[in-house]
Design a protein around this ligand. Structure first.
Ligand SMILES: N[C@@H](CCC(=O)N[C@@H](CS)C(=O)NCC(=O)O)C(=O)O
Length: 236
């Protein structure tokens, strides 16, 4: 069976854990795909990918690697030296997280997370851009505070904090009373927003986003009940 499948299939589980749904015609399917995720357990971008893998029930080997270690091997896989990186079975390295999640959503039809209609798709990608941008700001503050006090720039920290404050206000306004970020269906928008809020809990516990934005707090509670989120909570 390895390599192709040519029987009538509606949905089946490939050996590497990918689910394929194909029309009932005799067509070959690339069957054995071995994926490997280079990640760090505290990275919100990597968590986004891990939640997507879990939601789509795609099996993937995980390789923990710190991009900050002096002897890090991350640049061998991503010239930008950043994680996450998804290695495909032919050693193609995919980065960054936005590229990876698009690939994963395309490769398996289980639980589509990026809607097809252009308007909805772009709104979901905008949520992701906002959430990722807020992660950039949150991580920027953490890195700045790790510098020697005399080298830290209060202006830089203040600028990043304003991005976080404005981003939280925008997310709360956009979410409103909706069930999910993009309306009726759970999408990548919820995953990206949830991972960003999880990172605030991890590194910016002083930001009382739950107190200021009850709708975001309710949303985060709802997301935390999903196994994909519960199983990927970052430990300090
Ligand atoms: N836009 C990238 C951001 C990735 C990123 O910044 N990852 C951090 C870890 S959370 C990293 O590897 N930083 C190392 C560095 O900046 O050199 C993505 O979405 O994958």
């Amino acid at each position: 069976m390895q390599g192709q499948c040519s029987t009538r299939i509606t949905s089946t589980r490939a050996r590497a854990g990918l689910y394929f749904a194909v029309p009932s015609r005799r067509i070959p399917i690339p069957f054995r795909i071995v994926l490997k995720l280079i990640y760090s357990p505290t990275s919100p971008y990597a968590r986004k990918v891990r939640v997507v893998l879990a939601e789509k029930r795609i099996e993937c080997q995980s390789v923990e690697m710190s991009p900050w270690a002096p002897d890090t091997r991350v640049p061998q896989f991503n010239p930008l030296g950043k994680i996450p990186v998804l290695m495909l079975d032919d050693d193609t390295a995919l980065y960054d997280s936005r590229v990876i999640v698009e690939y994963l959503d395309d490769v398996s039809p289980v639980s589509r997370l990026i809607p097809d209609p252009a308007r909805q798709r772009i709104v979901v990608r905008r949520w992701e851009a906002l959430a990722d941008g807020m992660c950039d700001a949150a991580i920027g503050i953490v890195l700045e505070r790790r510098r020697a006090p005399a080298q830290q720039s209060p202006d830089y920290i203040d600028r990043q904090q304003r991005k976080l404050a404005a981003g939280l206000a925008e997310m709360s306004r956009e979410l409103g009373e909706r069930t999910w970020c993009n309306g009726e269906a759970f999408t990548l928008a919820d995953i990206a927003a949830g991972c960003m809020l999880g990172y605030l809990d991890l590194r910016h516990a002083d930001i009382d986003w739950r107190g200021h934005y009850p709708s975001l707090a309710r949303h985060a509670e709802k997301l935390a009940r999903r196994a994909s989120f519960a199983d990927t909570i970052p430990a300090p």
